[in-house]
Design a protein around this ligand. Structure first.
Ligand SMILES: *Cc1c(COP(=O)(O)O)cnc(C)c1O
Length: 362
């Protein structure tokens, strides 16, 4: 048997609806900044309980524009988890600001107890990431941001619909940044992203920034970019959004199988924090002999992934920040031990049992 993360199964579930939406867009003769995007923005804002949603071209653009819209730039510092995907950090450095890395807690999210000691008079924002689909400790993080007068930006690329203490991720802070990359829980069929904001003026600023910085055609108030969520992706996302709860429930059932089936003392299973919603974007285990486990599973036809093998502070592109190996031991240990098992909508019980048996036999 071959088991690997596959997108064809989730497409097949609602294929007729996707085809119908795609043809509606093709037939409409209108492909950028139209009705589909407006409706998707309303529907996603309503779904998350946020006053405003602005559709963009990717999750990375959402992060870059979030930092830019809040006027954070050269000389400013932003606190960010040391174990996140590179895009979170690129959102900061693309604006000339400095990422200040913070170690994660046992749930792989920002360790709130370590944030205060990183705050300086140049700190402007905290960037929280809800990694693997589990909400970070938002009550603590928000109260730190508030008491120090810092902006709070959330990277929700993996956490669509996840809540902390009943409040949806992406609505806790000043800007919630989303990716709709095809593998995400709310994935499009190409690149797409969005921000959630509470403030009307800020929403208008994002609308301008995504369209060359212009609100009125040929009048440019900001130096913007081209980052529009196109009509085709918006229409397809509307279909997916209408089934998102069902898709997340299915992931929950698959996760239960893994949690109850994997019984190997060499494996550390993921834990869920009290009050944290978890939408199980990824099912990430840990193993000291991770590379051996990876090769063993590969030999059984099971393709696993590593999210992420090199922490941002050790990436070549960030040599200029001057960090050393050993500076963030918790994040570095995670990079050496994490392994994402195959996990996708449409995964059959036979497939998951095959993976469980192989992990237990290791
Ligand atoms: C996927 C992802 C991004 C980037 O999103 P794109 O749409 O691919 O640009 C940013 N942050 C995290 C945590 C992600 O998983």
């Amino acid at each position: 048997m071959k088991v690997y993360d596959r997108l064809d199964r989730q497409y097949e579930k609602f294929a007729e609806e996707y085809k119908h939406a795609a043809l509606r867009v093709l037939d409409s003769g209108w492909y950028i900044l139209g009705n589909e995007l407006e409706e998707f923005e309303k529907e996603f804002a309503c779904y998350t309980g946020s006053p405003y949603c602005v559709g963009l071209n990717s999750g990375l653009d959402a992060l870059i524009l979030a930092v830019r819209a809040l006027n954070i730039g050269p000389g400013d510092e932003v606190i960010v988890p040391a174990n996140t995907y590179i895009a979170t950090v690129l959102g900061i450095t693309a604006n000339g600001a400095v990422p200040v890395f913070c170690e994660p807690d046992e749930f792989y999210n920002l360790d709130a107890s370590r944030i205060e000691s990183l705050i300086t008079d140049r700190t402007r924002a905290i960037m929280a990431v809800h990694l693997y689909g589990q909400a970070a400790n938002m009550t603590a993080i928000k109260s730190l941001a508030d008491s120090h007068g810092l902006y709070l930006i959330e990277d929700c690329a993996q956490s669509h619909s996840a809540k902390f203490d009943g409040i949806t991720t992406g609505t806790w802070g000043d800007v919630g940044c989303f990716s709709f990359y095809p593998t995400k829980n709310l994935g499009a069929f190409g690149d797409a992203g969005a921000v959630l904001v509470k403030d009307k003026e800020l929403a208008e600023k994002f609308r301008a920034l995504r369209n060359y910085g212009s609100q009125v055609k040929y009048h440019n108030d900001y130096c913007g970019i081209n980052s529009r969520l196109d009509e085709m992706q918006a229409a397809l996302l509307r279909v997916k959004l209408s089934h998102l709860d069902e898709l997340i429930h299915e992931r929950g059932r698959l996760k239960d199988k893994y949690l109850s089936g994997i019984k190997n003392p060499a494996i550390i299973l993921p834990k869920v924090r009290e009050k944290s919603g978890h939408v199980w974007h990824l099912f990430v285990i840990r193993c000291e002999r991770r590379d051996e486990l990876h090769d063993y599973l590969e030999s059984k036809g099971i393709h696993t992934q590593i999210h992420y093998p090199i922490p941002p502070h050790m990436q070549k592109c960030y040599n200029y920040l001057g960090h050393q190996k050993g500076e963030f031991p918790v994040a570095e240990k995670l990079a050496d031990e994490v392994l994402s098992l195959p996990f996708y909508n449409g995964m059959t019980y036979d497939e998951i049992k095959y993976v469980i048996d192989a992990v237990n036999a290791f």
